[in-house]
Ligand binder design. Structure first.
Ligand SMILES: [Zn+2]
Length: 238
């Protein structure tokens, strides 16, 4: 993780956030007025968001996290997660400050270049990584589901939010031992209904890819469905 050298200080970004609440037609990143074709973030700021340095979806440093662990066909990340960058700020707003509306904007923006390279060819279904029901109730929404809405806008692919479920909240794991934690991750997700995934190529969608353990557990659950195949897309790579 690097740092972002720009004049986006913490205070400036918070002021922009407050300004946005009062003036919803201002860019969330730079505070400039948005034109009729822009939503939440101006085009200039969108295109300046840092991107990951890889483009081959079948062999890149993110895909390599899963080599030998489970058969993932393609892995793509839309942005690079840099601390103190607008990416961090937008993702925190999406996740913790109730700004689910950022999900479709960044989801569709980051899916567009992937659509042109054929990344979505052969994908049947978009499946956001589920939150534990109690956590989703606290937050009011699942940020990955709102990202998936944006990916669906760009690709026209359907979203399935009911066939995969989260059995536990992995936040509570930090106090446990290594083996216990590994066991927990292994049983973090399960299929509520395998039928919609049978014979399908599933694209799992999450907000950020860090160690890959969440997507790995999620992918293993999806692969319990007969002849299912999996690929991963995250908004950002940490
Ligand atoms: Zn801007």
């Amino acid at each position: 993780m690097g740092t972002w050298k720009m004049n986006h200080t913490w205070i400036k970004r918070r002021i922009n956030h407050l300004l946005y609440l009062a003036y919803p037609d201002l860019c969330l990143v730079c505070g400039a007025a948005l034109n009729d074709t822009e939503r939440l973030v101006c085009h200039e700021c969108l295109y300046r968001l840092p991107k990951p340095d890889f483009d081959n979806p079948t062999d890149n440093e993110a895909a390599r996290l899963f080599f030998g662990k489970l058969p993932v066909e393609k892995v793509a990340c839309g942005l690079k997660y840099l601390k103190e960058s607008p990416v961090q700020d937008l993702m925190e707003a999406l996740k913790y400050r109730g700004r689910k509306d950022i999900g479709p904007v960044l989801g569709s923006f980051t899916a567009a270049p992937l659509l042109r390279t054929g990344f979505f060819n052969g994908i049947d279904l978009l499946v956001p990584v589920p939150l534990h029901p109690a956590k989703q109730k606290r937050r009011g929404y699942n940020q990955s589901e709102w990202l998936a809405k944006g990916v669906a806008q760009t690709t026209g692919l359907p979203i399935d939010t009911t066939s995969l479920k989260r059995l536990a909240d992995n936040k509570t794991q930090t106090k446990k031992g290594l083996f216990e934690r590994w066991q927990n991750v292994e049983t973090l997700f399960d299929l509520a209904d395998p039928l919609p995934f049978e014979g399908k190529h599933i694209l799992l969608i999450d907000d950020v890819l860090t160690s890959g353990s969440t997507l790995e557990a999620c992918g293993k659950a999806v692969l319990k469905a007969k002849n299912a195949r999996i690929s991963f897309f995250t908004l950002a790579r940490a």
